[in-house]
Design a protein around this ligand. Structure first.
Ligand SMILES: O=C(CO)[C@H](O)[C@H](O)COP(=O)(O)O
Length: 217
């Protein structure tokens, strides 16, 4: 089974968590795209979806799934999204696709976060993947200096602007032995909008596509 087939298997397995008549939170990225394609088979049984990015909203609409504003939704039982890394505590690094802020917002609202990924995303310890940090453009140099002060090596994601009009710094070599503390520390830097650590709000369920089938933990 190749990596795409593993992503797809995890995405299809997430359909089991969708309750009829509800609004579904939908993430961003190639694995989330497989989920959107699978969700289309249930489109007449759900009320609609909340998207974590403009790209996801576009794909949902292409499938004829109604896209709802988060502010107009009173309950979001489930949010389904991919990850760049996920550890045994279901803590994640996200934001490889640059949608981390809206992903974090939708995840915060949802009762359950279902993480879907292929087996290559499973790690014992987070941090091999550079941590995406969304930053207000005028604060870029200041935030980069503060990140370097924490031992990281920030790299400006050239030519990329988030859906919120901000920039991304991808930070290499940060010490992630205490993800919760680091997430809070990074949030406290003025000019940082969000960082891609999901430790304050980890996934509730991880569905990992592997050569042996979909593992759940
Ligand atoms: O956080 C994300 C986007 O901001 C994605 O979930 C993450 O990058 C994983 O992407 P993919 O499913 O394409 O491997």
């Amino acid at each position: 089974m190749d990596q795409n087939a593993m992503k797809k298997a995890a995405a299809v397995a997430a359909l089991a968590y969708i309750e009829p008549g509800t609004v579904v939170g939908v993430g961003t990225g190639s694995t989330a795209n497989y989920f959107i394609d699978a969700l289309a088979t249930l489109k007449d049984r759900i009320r609609g979806a909340v998207a974590s990015s403009d790209a996801t909203a576009e794909r949902l609409r292409q499938h004829g799934i109604e896209v709802l504003e988060l502010n107009s939704v009173d309950a979001l039982p489930v949010y389904v999204d991919g990850a760049d890394e996920v550890n045994p505590h279901r803590e994640m690094i996200k934001g490889g696709g640059g949608a981390l802020t809206r992903e974090k917002i939708v995840a915060a609202v949802a009762d359950q976060f279902i993480c879907i990924a292929d087996g290559s995303k499973r790690v014992e310890r987070l941090g091999a993947f550079p941590l995406p940090v969304e930053v207000i453009p005028m604060a870029r140099s200041y935030v980069a200096r503060r990140l370097a002060g924490l031992g990281g090596q920030p790299k400006y994601r050239e030519g990329f602007v988030t859906d919120n009009g901000n920039i991304i710094l991808d930070v290499h070599n940060l010490d992630m032995s205490r993800p919760l503390k680091l997430e809070e520390q990074l949030n406290n830097i003025t000019g940082v909008v969000t960082n891609g650590l999901f430790a304050l709000r980890p996934a509730d369920v991880v569905l990992l596509g592997t050569a042996q089938g979909v593992e759940r933990y």
